[in-house]
Structures are given as structure tokens and as C-alpha cells.
Ligand binder design. Sequence first.
Ligand code: C5P
Length: 314
Amino acid sequence: KTAEFKELLLKEFHRVLMSDSKVFTSGLESQNPYDVKYDRGYVKQLSRGEILCALGKVAVRTVESEDEPFASLGYRIPKDPLQKHRMFNTCAIVTSAGALLGSRLGEFIDSHDMVLRFNNAPTENYTEDVGSKTTFRILNSQVATKPEYKFLSDPMYKNISVMIWDPANYSSPLDEWYRHPDFPVFRVYKNLLETQLGADVHLLYPQVLWDLWTVLQDSSPYRLRRNPPSSGFIGLWFAIHRCNRIRMFEYVPSVHATRRCHYHASGDDTGCTLGAWHPLAQEKALAHRMSDNADLDVFQRGFIDVPGIKAVHC
Ligand code: C5P
């Protein structure tokens, strides 16, 4: 059953990637909203070590207090880097996938040294399935700015480390990004820095998104959507820099996958699991290739194990 499911899933990744690539080879400018420039080189099936090294080369970088225009505009960006560059032994990355509902993985998740969650995914009322510990959240700029998510006031975002991402155009310098963010994230960030002194909240340096996208595209024979990777992939990239071992839950879909998008909200959408806007199928195909645990863990228990970059010689 596990082997059958695995074969079907890998075929499904290919089917999605192939049908996406047909749309994205149409050459329409509208298919490239961030003006991504990419020269196709030789595509190679990368080994686990090579993928880790490629992602390891993309350094963790956030907007710093000396970066313009933030310095001149009086942003009090913390001098301490995100989590003070702390290293963790074991890390759990909890996606928001609907498949986590009823999983009873909560205790197992909480046993990790660092627990990373995304956006507005709650633990309250779901602790049996997703645990209660949160060390770190990665937020997209929609969640950071839309009033319904209450980013500045909800206790869910307090006393933890937070990284917010918003895409800039592929070649845009920071001041251009500052003038044209996808969502108005800067005034929220300034407000937070002024009202929550000492908060470990940082903005991802936007070029990182395109460096990660390039790793995804370099390792795929198909043309990918020219949109940033999902928060999930950003989390995996971050964790391989900061953790000796990573366990990521329901990113590579298991037999428990359903049409449900989020464990914390009703609503079906298979695009959440296989990709609608982000190059998610390639992210997941790559994450699967990076994993080194048994198929039974991946497809029945619902998690992949990935070593941190410290474990490989690049
Ligand atoms: O939807 P949202 O971005 O808040 O979910 C957080 C992350 O969880 C996504 O960026 C994606 O990587 C992952 N996810 C998933 N499958 C789903 C829903 C979310 O892999 N069905």
C-alpha cells in the first residue's frame, strides 16, 4: 500500500509540473509578474547532498538596521540577528496541511527542541494533533498586514521569533521593494518595532526568495511558475541552516492527505497541497529527495526527516 501510494504521488508531482510548465512556456509577460530572469543551464538530477549544498549556499539573510532605506527612515531593527544565530539539535516543521487533523502527532512534535509553524496556524484546540510548543513562525505579508489576522495584537505571535516575507521584483533593490511591496508590510513592521521593544521579528531579505526559486528551477526539467516558494519551503531552507535534524510534517503528502486545505479551517482545495500559485510540487519533490527516513514514516506516519547542512561536506 505504501509503495503504491508513493508511486502515485511521484507521478502526480510530475503531472502537475508538466501541466504547469505548458502554461508557463507560453511566453506571456503576464506569466512573469516579478520579472524573473532565468537562463536555463544543464538540468541534473541532484543527490540529497547536492540539494542540501545548493540550499546551504543561500545564506540566511534578513533586513538589517543599516540597510537603506530603513536606516534613514528610523526603523529600529533589532541589532541581534534572528534567534541570535542559535543552533538547535532537533527541529519540527509543522505545515498547515489538512492531513494533520486527527493525526495525534502533537506530543511527538513537542518533543523537538525547536518547533516552527506558519502564518496563522493555531495550536489552541488542536494540540493533540499539532502540539502546543512554538519557537518560531514564518509569516507571509498577507497574514502580517490583513486586520483579520491581528498580527500586532494576537498572543499567538508574541514571545516567539518571527520572520516575515514579501516578494520584491527579481532585480529590485530594497528601496524599490519599499515603495512597492505586495502587501503594506513596512508600516506594520515599523509599528511593531516601536511598540514591542526587543521583539525578535525580522523581514526576510527579498532576494533570498529568488535564490531559493533558482535552486528549485535548476533542479527541475520543467519550467516552474515564476512565483516565490511557499512559506513551507522557506521554513525548510531556514531549518537546514539552524538544525542538526529536521522533521517536517505533512509537507510530502501521506496517505492521510485529503482535499482539505488547512487543519485549522474548513474548506477544500487540492491546490494547497500540490500547488496553485507557489511552485509547490517541485518544492515537495525536492524535499522528498532530501529526506532520509523510511517510506513507512513518510507515507503512513506523515513526516520526512532531513539532515541539516552541517551533516554534509559541500
Ligand atoms: O497555507 P499556508 O501558507 O498558511 O500554509 C503554510 C505552509 O504549509 C504552506 O506554505 C505550505 O508549504 C504548507 N502546506 C502544505 N499543504 C497544505 C497546506 C499548507 O504543504 N495543504
